[in-house]
Design a protein around this ligand. Sequence first.
Ligand code: TYD
Length: 157
Amino acid sequence: MEILQKNMNKNTQKKSLVPTKFESINFEIKGDSRGSLIAIENNKNIPFEIKRVYYIFDTKIGVERGFHAHLNLQQILIAVSGSCQIVLDNGKPENNNEIITLNNPNQGLYISGLIWRKMINFSPDCVLLVLADDFYNESDYIRNYDEFLKVVKSNEQ
Ligand code: TYD
């Protein structure tokens, strides 16, 4: 009985509360003769309130990062310099991995819900800016692919 209760708690903890989706966002460039500027504002040109910003840079040649999913985090990824590719996998049998190239500072990739992501093909000058709707929280991560597939299934029920 105790074991059953523990397993039930584990399953309910693993439900994702945000819908699984990804989409590109094109930010308006405010350009003039001096150059370009992009402004990002909570709930205006992005669909959430930013609680955390981090950036990945100086990535060594051939390095691949990520290899995880989030239960509830929403993120926007922007290659503010250089380029990289994001491989997205929703864990559904019919899904073919989607590969998005980020190579323009006015292009954002919004990701929410249960999506396994990898970051690959970083150019040496890539600065990948990430905006997130929550603080860093290791318990929101799924870092094991088999566990990810189980969570996707349990989330369908
Ligand atoms: P990691 O999850 O390996 O990065 P990636 O998704 O790019 O592969 O994170 C690297 C380290 O940085 C790890 O020790 C966790 C830590 N970290 C933070 O402390 N705060 C953060 O917001 C993030 C994203 C990572």
